[in-house]
Design a protein around this ligand. Structure first.
Ligand code: GLU
Length: 310
């Protein structure tokens, strides 16, 4: 099988080391299989994702020595494509308008799973046309898709079997926001499906999105790719790195380190090498093996420990 991998960053900030690790592993896996590697900018929410961040991500990937094939699609320019797939769901009778406010959705009385995720209570699922017309006068609705009572299992490339019952652990989910912006869940499936992606590599925090995406793949007639979720990178207090913290983003790292130092330290943290010696990404391709990647959270390599944003 010809491998097509991809990296799909949301440019809501500059990349941090967790994002770099994801890009590195996705790239190594695709290149090791002599496959293609695509880059897509997930800037659906243009207010939060300015072009300047996308430009920086692209420049940072080049600096790291991670290349890609073909043009770079920007999700913000693909609304018409997503509308075609929204229409498929609508024709199947699966969509309904949802008028629930964010506050109502996250209220203490809403059903929560043990990991804190909220399952939609179904408040707007069976509104009458009159009720919909009445509510539309007050606010614009989001668009939700009605999930079937299906249990979906897939085999993750790192974590193994993962199962979710859509009605219980996912619930009807939003595919388009009330301001017209399409949701990640729809756009990611349409884009990966249309570009023939065979391998999705992304953070473990997204594993719970995968069953609903597999269901959408089926509805749209695409073959689901292999999914490989990777352990998250934490700082020494066990806190997940995030873009909000602005610590250790590539702007700062590029001032202090070479690309080979960054890649070498991450490769060692991920179990690919025994030492954190500087190494170019392309030197790691030949010996890359998913079996080396652990399931547990990864700790920030020591070389980055003492760096503070000042
Ligand atoms: N855009 C997402 C992010 O930056 C990744 C989505 C995916 O890989 O499916 O976290």
């Amino acid at each position: 099988m010809h491998t097509i991998g991809r990296f799909a960053p949301s440019p809501s900030g500059r990349m941090h080391l967790g994002n770099v690790l994801c890009a590195l592993l996705a790239w190594l896996s695709a290149r090791q299989q002599n496959g293609e590697f695509l880059l897509r900018i997930e800037d659906l929410d243009e207010m939060r994702c300015p072009r300047s961040f996308a430009d920086l991500i692209i420049d940072d990937l080049r600096w790291l020595g991670l290349d890609w094939d073909g043009e770079i699609p920007y999700q913000s320019e693909r609304t018409a494509v997503y509308e075609k797939y929204e229409a498929i769901l609508r024709e199947k009778g699966l969509l309904y308008p949802c008028f629930c406010s964010r506050a109502a959705l996250h209220a203490a009385s809403a059903p929560h799973l043990s990991d804190g995720r909220v399952v939609y209570a179904g408040t707007c699922r069976d509104l009458t046309p009159e009720q919909v017309a009445e509510k539309r006068r007050k606010r614009a609705p989001a668009t939700r898709v009605r999930v079937p009572e299906r249990t979906i299992t897939f085999t993750d490339g790192v974590y193994g079997a993962y199962t979710e019952t859509l009605t219980e652990e996912c619930g009807d989910f939003i595919i388009r926001r009330s301001d017209g912006v399409f949701a990640y869940q729809l756009a990611v499936v349409v884009d990966d499906g249309l570009s023939g992606v065979t391998e999705v590599v992304r953070g473990h925090d997204l594993i719970g999105s995968t069953p609903r995406q597999i269901w959408l793949y089926e509805l749209f007639g695409f073959t689901p790719p292999n999914f490989i979720h990777i352990p998250l990178l934490c700082d020494h207090d066990g806190r997940r790195l995030s873009k909000r913290d602005e610590d250790l983003d590539l702007g700062l790292l590029r001032e202090k380190f070479t690309p080979e130092q960054v890649i070498g330290a991450l490769a060692c943290a991920a179990g690919l090498t025994d030492t954190a010696e500087p190494v170019a990404a392309k030197e790691l391709v030949k010996a890359f093996l998913w079996e080396k990647i652990p399931k547990h959270e990864l700790y920030l390599p020591n070389v980055f420990r003492d760096i503070e944003k000042n």
